[in-house]
Design a protein around this ligand. Sequence first.
Ligand code: GDP
Length: 297
Amino acid sequence: LVRLRARLSRSQTALGKGLLGLLSRDRLDDDVWDEVEESLITADVGVEATQEIVARLRERTRVLGTRSPEELRGLLTEELVEALDPGLDRALKRAGRPTVVMVVGVNGSGKTTTCGKIARVLVADGRSVLLGAADTFRAAAADQLATWASRVGAEVVRGPEGADPASVAFDAVRRGIEIEIDTVLVDTAGRLQNKVGLMDELGKVKRVVEKQRQVDETLLVLDATTGQNGLEQARVFTEVVDVTGVVLTKLDGTAKGGIVIAVQRKLGIPVKLVGLGEGPDDLAPFEPKPFVEALLG
Ligand code: GDP
């Protein structure tokens, strides 16, 4: 929790301070509630969710006649946790050897970095990991992934520049089976030229991989700083591949942590992990209560 709090940007915990400040006003009148609403919308919680949260908070404070800052903080925490926790399963899937994980998302969202960080967590947990560099579109992506592999002690399979992503993914899984790797993480390219192109490419990667092994998990990497726009792009991926979890990156660089609520509501997919920086240890499992507590500072 301490680390999480330290990593969430100051501007983000400012949201919490702002909200708590508003709630400690002498009168909780319409203006105050409007400001609470505004703060939440500014933090990317989304209009609908914000209205629900504020309506419930308002009703509960009225019924309870609550005025003490501690109680109000408690209610706010409860409402935010409730909004963040619709009983979704956040554990990363573990299947037979190898467990196959596809990592998808728009270029620049932090896919390659996230592959490296996940590999690090798994290796630290005693699992062997192979990284497949199927992002053959971005020239430096395979180098970057190979650097992560050697940094965290994972294997890597890469193809020549411009190789067919599906064939690299196929080779990675084949190699993973051959050397009995626990988890194969396949880094993919996220060219958003159009939905058909993306569907063709990611669909093909998946089909080809599944000639050998089923894909157990498809993680969508989403840059938290892109806010509601990013959500629209994310939707395209969920229409193209069967996304089983979201990794929300760059939460350290935004005051818009409310996006977690919006992502889960709009996409109906659990946020499983959050990225809190560029370093190898800057990845955390997403847990609603510690997250809200860190947010409120
Ligand atoms: P890709 O194109 O999706 O593979 O994206 P990269 O993994 O290359 O990441 C793009 C940039 O975002 C790099 O400079 C990363 O270091 C940075 N990045 C990735 N995740 C995070 C994060 O959680 N926080 C911050 N601050 N930067 C990140």
